[in-house]
Design a protein around this ligand. Structure first.
Ligand SMILES: [Cu+2]
Ligand SMILES: [Zn+2]
Length: 224
């Protein structure tokens, strides 16, 4: 009895982890890889950041053995952003490190494996950092809130250029996308203080992110 049971369990394990040619693979059973990053206020930026709460949800179409198939979808939901300094656009980047020992400051510079200058999400390879996600905008309907969906052709959740295990930093100011004309623009986009940050963690399925009303015209919701 016990032997049969063990054999069954072993059989199941073999099915889940061995591909046809016998190579061990990471499992991406439903054709997607997922990750999440739960933003926490930067303790070093108390006044501006203390009420921030949010999540960045990532999804990417992949093969069953976890190779990239499609663009990376980046869904950002943030609330509680201070409107004291009047910023409406906020730089959002993947930073190199997952070290939170000194708040968001210890997450290091933008993730930059190609050793290039800072740029924007849509710039070609060589004109941007891997971690450059551009700016997310506060909702015009509900200030202090960001609901944003964008797609990246460069960053991945699997294989080369994976951002899993890296940090995400949400900034106080607008990212100038490398066009500011000074040295800092080519490093950080002059995006200012680090308001909130988190570590990107792989997840197995998509979480409901329908908690906020998307910032699109009401007209778009009308169906006949
Ligand atoms: Cu940054
Ligand atoms: Zn950058």
């Amino acid at each position: 009895m016990a032997y049969t049971k063990i054999k069954f369990i072993l059989g199941t394990i073999a099915l889940s982890f061995l591909t046809a040619d016998g190579a061990i693979s990471t499992s991406c059973p439903n054709g997607y890889a997922y990750a999440e990053c739960h933003l926490r206020p930067n303790p070093n930026a108390k006044d501006l950041a203390s009420t921030i709460n949010g999540t960045v949800y990532f999804r990417q179409r992949v093969t069953t053995d976890c190779r990239r198939l499609g663009m990376l979808r980046i869904r950002t939901e943030i609330q509680g952003i201070s409107t004291k300094d009047g910023a409406f656009s906020h730089g959002l980047h993947v930073h190199e490190s997952n070290d939170l020992s000194n708040g968001c400051e210890s997450m290091g510079p933008h993730l930059n494996p190609f050793k290039t200058n800072h740029g924007s999400l849509t710039d070609t390879v060589g004109l941007r950092h891997l971690g450059d996600f551009g700016n997310v905008l506060q909702s015009r309907r509900k200030s202090g809130t960001v609901v944003d969906t964008r797609y990246d052709y460069l960053a991945n959740l699997v294989g080369p250029n994976s951002i899993v295990g890296r940090g995400v930093v949400f900034h106080a100011k607008k990212d100038d996308l490398g066009l500011g004309g000074d040295a800092e623009s080519l490093r950080t986009g002059n995006a200012g203080a680090r308001l909130a940050c988190c570590v990107i963690e792989q997840t197995t399925k998509e979480k409901d992110f329908d908690k906020f009303v998307e910032n699109i015209p009401m007209q778009a919701h009308i169906t006949h």
